[in-house]
Design a protein around this ligand. Structure first.
Ligand code: ZN
Length: 271
């Protein structure tokens, strides 16, 4: 099997994941020797089952922040991966809040479940960790979980950045730079004036500077759903000349086909 990115959910608001009009199982990255689950929200285990993916083959789970739509299934998933801790397995990469809380938010990971993994790694922005073939860098995110992260994943096939939940900030531009594929949680449509989360206007601002080969938008709120993410993606693409796709539940793509930027870099390094 080649590598793929599979969207196990595209919901980004309680009105959307609460009714499951869009699922909320997170994003799966699969390739030779690795299977990484990003943000296992409500129904993540159910979605793995739907797509016939064996949770015991997860090599890592990576959680951007402690809001339950990003980590609701975390504890039970670690249990399922490890025969309830009997066979410690996999690596959990997460932010400070998921493990220790942040004063306002309580920790999500239980004391029992933290012993179900081989390694528990808490990252801060700009820290990184290598797991088998994949290097994961923590990126900044600006959100109501004060320790929220994004992730940049260097896989053998491509460089993939995932924003997690964030509002627009100029530091994101450098963080996402040189990504082949940029996955943005664009909760709101053009013209939205929300405090939290990215809008289509923010996506345009980011893509005008970052220029990945492909941008995938996901994590949709109710207004975005009403405006239709497909149309929003088309408009973002028109304004930036970057290919933009609105993810649907079950959407999958082959990173290799979009790896122009990192391939070019590898070739230059070779000279
Ligand atoms: Zn959040």
């Amino acid at each position: 099997m080649g590598s793929r990115i599979l969207f196990l959910g595209t919901a980004g608001h309680h009105a959307i994941y609460g009714t499951q009009v869009r699922a909320s199982g997170g994003i799966l990255l699969q390739g030779e020797g690795y299977q990484v689950h990003l943000d296992p929200g409500p129904g993540a285990l159910l979605q793995l089952n739907n797509y016939k993916i064996n949770v015991k083959e997860h090599t890592a789970v990576a959680v951007t922040h402690a809001h339950l739509n990003h980590c609701n299934d975390l504890n039970v998933m670690l249990g399922a991966m490890s025969y309830q801790g009997f066979d410690r397995h996999g690596i959990l990469i997460t932010n400070e809040t998921v493990v220790n809380g942040d004063g306002k938010l309580t920790p999500v990971l239980t004391h029992a479940h933290r012993n179900f993994v081989e390694r528990l790694i808490v990252l801060k922005p700009s820290q990184k960790v290598a797991i088998d073939e994949v290097e994961i860098h923590a990126l900044p995110a600006f959100h109501s979980d004060s320790h929220a992260l994004g992730f940049k994943l260097y896989t053998p096939e491509a460089i993939i950045s995932y924003s997690g939940d964030t509002k627009y900030h100029k530091d994101l531009l450098e963080a996402y730079d040189k990504s082949d594929i940029l996955i943005l949680n664009v909760q709101h449509p053009f013209g939205a004036k929300e405090e939290e989360g990215l809008s289509s206007d923010d996506a345009v601002k980011i893509l005008q500077k970052v220029k990945p080969v492909l941008c995938v938008i996901t994590h949709f709120g109710p207004r975005m759903m009403k405006e239709n993410p497909v149309y929003q993606a088309r408009e973002i693409q028109k304004q930036t000349n970057v290919q933009v796709i609105a993810a649907e539940d079950g959407f999958e793509l082959t990173p290799d086909s979009y790896a122009a930027i990192s391939k070019q870099k590898r070739l230059t390094n070779f000279e």
